[in-house]
Design a protein around this ligand. Structure first.
Ligand code: AMP
Length: 287
């Protein structure tokens, strides 16, 4: 596995691979890798000749009172896990090179961000869109792999790629979970033991919501209430529970199209998110 830090070197390497006729699959991450990340690598390995992973904790997507400084980092461990997972090139850029002082343009995301994490974390998706577009220009991938754990991120990036005609196929991948259902996340290390036990209620509540919809419940507000009642049993504080269209992320009342049930819960030192997508085909006929 090659490790590259310089933007220029990464671009040269990407162009070299393109000239050889190799396709590039790209997995952008903020590091502190777990099976959620390596599942994306596995998928890329199946579909592309060369797999590039980036590890970059992007300061632009953290608000002033968020956990940028505390975000877990361990590049040596990440190198090992990336190598084992089958990454060919690990791109590990420096903040100063990614964001020189003087920038002429900035990106603002206008749609799909007035709800969920976009509402709770103002500016977050501007930072995500900026770094993803920059990384696409540096890594020049044919396909890029994103986890549906961050379903709003997938919706925003799909919009970005369409808006700017970026020649990259966005591949959304399923959420990888712990045995008790908790979605794997780098931030899970910050849960206290009792919070860790309670945290499985996020996925439990989403499983219940999906079951209820599949059994014929069509009221978005009833589904929202069901999930809220379950999450209120945890020690965490609910940030949001929403039932929205997907990927448009519009409020709905009747559940009769592809939808997402999404939650965010703040624990003492970690804010966790999770979601489930229910497609129209899973909703009983007649609804
Ligand atoms: P992060 O390092 O948290 O920015 O995540 C990098 C990529 O891994 C994003 O596309 C995430 O959606 C994805 N990811 C993170 N956790 C999971 C998970 N539990 N299952 C699937 N994908 C995940």
């Amino acid at each position: 596995m090659k490790i590259i830090s310089s933007i220029k070197d990464m671009q040269l390497e990407a162009k070299k691979q393109m000239k050889r006729g190799n396709t590039i699959g790209f997995v952008p991450t903020m590091g502190f890798l777990h099976e959620g990340h390596t599942s994306l690598v596995k998928r890329a390995r199946e579909e592309d000749d060369i797999v590039v992973m980036s590890v970059f904790v992007n300061p632009l997507q953290f608000g002033p009172n968020e956990d940028f400084d505390r975000y877990p980092r361990d590049i040596k461990r990440d190198e090992e896990l990336a190598r084992e997972a089958g990454v060919d090139i690990l791109f590990y850029p420096h903040v100063r090179e990614m964001y020189p002082e003087d920038r002429t343009t900035t990106l603002t995301v206008n749609k799909r961000v007035d709800t969920l994490c976009g509402e709770s974390r103002p500016g977050h998706f501007d930072g995500v869109a900026t770094v993803v577009l920059k990384l696409f220009q540096i890594v020049l991938p044919d396909r890029a792999y994103f986890g549906l754990k961050d379903a709003q991120q997938v919706a925003v990036i799909k919009g970005l790629v369409e808006d700017f005609n970026v020649p990259v196929e966005i591949v959304p991948c399923p959420i990888v979970r712990e045995v008790d259902g908790l979605a794997k996340s780098s931030r899970n290390v910050y849960l206290t033991p009792s919070e860790r036990t309670d945290a499985s209620e996020l996925s439990n509540s989403l499983v219940r919501a999906k079951e209820a919809i599949r059994s014929g419940e069509t009221s978005a507000s009833k589904i929202k209430r069901l999930v809220e009642e379950m999450l209120q049993q945890t020690v965490g504080e609910i940030d949001y529970v929403e039932v929205l269209s997907y990927p448009g992320l519009k409020p709905i009342e009747a559940i009769d199209e592809d939808i997402i049930v999404a939650v965010a819960v703040q624990f003492s030192a970690a804010r966790l998110i999770d979601n489930v997508i229910v497609t129209r085909s899973e909703i009983p006929i007649g609804v």
